[in-house]
Structures are given as C-alpha cells and as structure tokens.
Design a protein around this ligand. Structure first.
Ligand code: NHF
Length: 450
C-alpha cells in the first residue's frame, strides 16, 4: 500500500512519546513492504535535502514553503519549512503561533501532495493528533483519499472558527468555537487510539464516532531497552543496584524510580511525592531509595527537591534530562519503576521498565492497565502491580508490600515482564493491525459488547 503519515513530531524531533510512536509506525509499515511517506513540519531543523519550493497564501501574506526530503529507515520523510513551520518551538510559539503553524502545515501539506500526486497517490492518509486537522481536512477535500485519525492523547481544546476559514475549510466550522479533535474524527473514515482502556475511559468522546472507532496498541522497541547493552550486564542485578545508587549518592536499599514530565494533569508525580511523605512514617522507609527524574512545573520541581532535601538518605531528585543510556542503566538496576499517572493513553515507561527487568508499579488506567498484568489478579502470569490513580495512600501501601516481595516472585515478575514487552507489544503487531484497519478489516469498539 501507499501510505501517507501526517504528524507534528517525527524523530529526531521529539517532545514526548508521540515522536516514538509515529516514527515506529512509519518504519514498521515500511518494513512490512509498504511505500510510506511522512509529512512533518521542519521546526527549524533543516533536515534532508531541499527538493521543492512553492508559494501559498496564509493570514494575508505570501509564504514561501520549502520541502526537504530524507530517507530514514525505509521511510521518505518530507519536512516542510517556511514561516511558522520553521519555528523551533514544536508546539508554538505560544497558542496563536501553534494554531498558525497548524494551518500552515495543512496548506503546505496539500500543496506538496498537489505537486507529487502523479507520482505518489496515497491509498490512505493517516493523521496523528489534532495539530494535523487542517492537513487531514484539506487532503481529504482535494484528493478524496481514505483517512485514518489516531489520537495519542486527547487535548480537549477549542479553537476559533476563523482558523478553519483561514485553512480554506470553512465548511468544517459552522460554530464560533471548534473542537479540532472532534472535527478530525468526524471527517475521518476510521478513528483509533492507542489502548483499549483509554478508548473506553474516554467513551464520552469516542462514542460520538461509534461505528468507526477501534484501538491499536503501540509497541516498544526492546532493541535499545535491552539488558545486554548495560555497562555492567554481567553483574548480578543486586550489584548493579548498589553501583547505581552509589552513583546517585545513596547507600544500598530497595530502589524505586520515577521518570516523567512533572505536570499537574497527567503524570501524577504529586501522588508519588505525597506517598513518600506518608511512607516516611513507616519503619520500612529506612530501607527505601527513590530516584525521581523529570522536569516541568516549577511548583512540582520545588516540591520534589524539598522532599529530597528532607530525606537525603532516601530520595534523590534530578530535574535535568538524562541521556537515554543512563536511563537504561537505571531501569536495568532498580527494583521498581513507579508510574502514578492520572491517565495514560498508552505510556512507554512501564514497557521500557519491563524490557529491562524493573518491576512496574503503575496506575490502573489506559495503556498502563492494558500492559501490566497485576500480581493480585494473576500471581503466575503477573508482570507488575496496579494501583488506583490519584491515591497516595494506596500507592504508599503498595510500595511497602512491594518491598517485602520475595526473590522468587520478583524473578517471575521480571521474566514475565520481559516476555510481555518483547512478544505482546511489538511495533510489527501494531503495524499489522493498522494495515488491517486501512483495508477495513479490523474489529471495532462496540459498546454493547464491552
Ligand atoms: O504513549 C504515544 C504517546 C502515549 O501515553 C502516551 C501519551 C502521548 O500520553 O502514543 O502519546
């Protein structure tokens, strides 16, 4: 098949998990023998060779668009530059800049496809997240191609109808404020999201598109998240733990780690910080070590640092981006990784942890719930422990009991986790399901069969 992917992030441009997902989907589809082309804004990176230049009008001005092309792991990636498309702030500058960039991306995508259509007419256009709504709308309008819209995370925002008019899509904006996710899903032939649980948790949104909605799980690339690549791969895990804790200035103990954005809405670092405050009154706290890694909201950074200052024997907070290799060492050495998200469409951390034998303790939401098999539900097949979201007491209790798990159980959890990540959540599986979806032969989310 000929597949055109649209997305605001494409590796090496990465803000979050979206870049990993879109890039792996594109590469996985190409590896299965499809012709895959991706359009993405250049974001001032100047990646690839300039191949086409054309002019368009937007916001009362003429913009000169340049398309650069590169071949990246079997995928032809076009990055579009000119005006806001060249701005380095991937989701900006500011809200207004973001919206202008999205409109420009739409017009530039339609312009590029118009130039290429005789040599590349896609069988399907697969757009990712709301920023691609204008591109999706224009390509559907002018080329009538089958369209798929994937939601990696609902944004639930509204934007003024004038941006649709500016994108030459006034017919999609009959009201003053438009929800771009709703619009993209409404016009698409099929709508997907990245885990089954997230789809049902958000049925209030997805239910509007009942009949054309399904989930396609993301995958995990265990070739990088691989124990064989650890610096001290030959040492027993306990030794590695001791060394890594030493590196962070802590003595040996049961090691728990958090890695993620410090935000108030999604990642739940506040729940973990509260749980640590609760745990500090428990006798087993003396044996616990916490490494908390992330950046974001200044209040949360300050709180995480204050906790580290208050419990210098037990807690380290790192508010800088660590190299992926260091993160790999951590996953391969700590006992547990805590993922206390309030919601999580899919989530990568629990699977990265599982690839490297760290046992995940995660909120029972979205993709975390679909990927972790809970110890209490299935002691033999378990890959980790699930906890209710936003519940610091429950998390604290679970952390205490996790600390008491015997070595045999831990060993089983690790082995099951490795297998689950390597076998059940491959990108190849995800891409085969997308291909079935493109061809119209995939099971749907049917509310009365739930
Ligand atoms: O893994 C890629 C990512 C998800 O849960 C994640 C999220 C954004 O919030 O699909 O998209």
């Amino acid at each position: 098949m000929r597949i055109l992917l649209l997305g605001f992030e494409y590796l090496p441009v990465k803000v979050g998990g979206l870049a990993e997902a879109i890039t792996h989907i594109a590469e996985g589809l190409a590896a299965l023998g499809n012709e895959v082309v991706a359009f993405t804004p250049d974001h001032g990176k100047n990646l690839g060779e300039p191949v086409r230049k054309f002019k368009l009008t937007a916001f009362g001005e003429e913009v000169e668009v340049e398309a650069r092309r590169r071949e990246q792991n079997g995928v032809t990636v076009y990055s579009l530059s000119g005006g806001f498309l060249s701005n380095e702030d991937v989701y900006g500058p500011g809200w207004e800049g973001m919206l202008r960039k999205a409109v420009l991306f739409g017009k530039a995508s339609a312009g590029l496809l118009n130039e290429m259509i005789e040599e590349f007419r896609p069988d399907v256009v697969h757009a990712h997240d709301w920023h691609t709504v204008f591109a999706l709308g224009l390509i559907r309008k002018y080329f009538g191609v089958r369209t798929v819209f994937t939601i990696h995370r609902l944004n639930k925002g509204k934007l003024p109808a004038e941006y649709f008019r500016e994108a030459n899509l006034a017919e999609l904006a009959p009201y003053p404020d438009i929800d771009p996710e709703h619009t993209a899903a409404y016009i698409a032939d099929a709508v997907t999201t990245v885990s089954r649980s997230y789809l049902w948790e958000e049925w209030g949104f997805f239910g509007h598109f009942d009949g054309k909605v399904t989930h396609v799980f993301n995958g995990i690339d265990c070739s990088f998240w691989n124990e064989k690549l650890l610096k001290n791969a030959e040492l027993p895990r306990k030794e590695r733990r001791k060394l890594i804790l030493e590196r962070f200035g802590l003595s040996d103990g049961k090691a728990f780690m958090f890695i993620g954005r410090f935000d108030k809405a999604q990642k739940g670092v506040d729940t973990l910080l509260r749980a640590i405050e609760i745990l500090s009154n428990d006798p087993s706290f003396g044996e616990m070590r916490f490494i908390i890694i992330g950046k974001g909201h200044p209040e949360l950074e300050a709180w995480a640092k204050a906790i580290a200052n208050r419990f210098p024997e037990n807690v380290r907070t790192v508010t800088e981006v660590l190299p992926r290799e260091t993160v790999r060492e951590l996953y391969g050495s700590v006992d547990f990784v805590v993922i206390p998200s309030n919601f999580e469409p899919f989530g990568l951390v629990q699977l990265e942890a599982m690839c490297l034998g760290a046992v995940p303790i995660g909120s029972a939401v979205g993709g975390i719930r679909d990927t972790i098999i809970d110890l209490r539900d299935d002691p033999e097949g378990a890959t980790g422990i699930l906890v209710p979201p936003r519940d610091a007491f429950a998390l604290a209790k679970t952390i205490i009991s996790a600390g008491y798990l015997d070595e045999k159980t831990l060993q089983r959890l690790r082995e099951n986790g490795r297998r689950r990540a390597r076998v059940d959540f491959t990108w190849e599986k995800a891409c085969r399901r997308y291909l079935n979806l493109y061809l119209g032969s995939v099971d749907k989310a049917i509310p009365f069969l739930r």
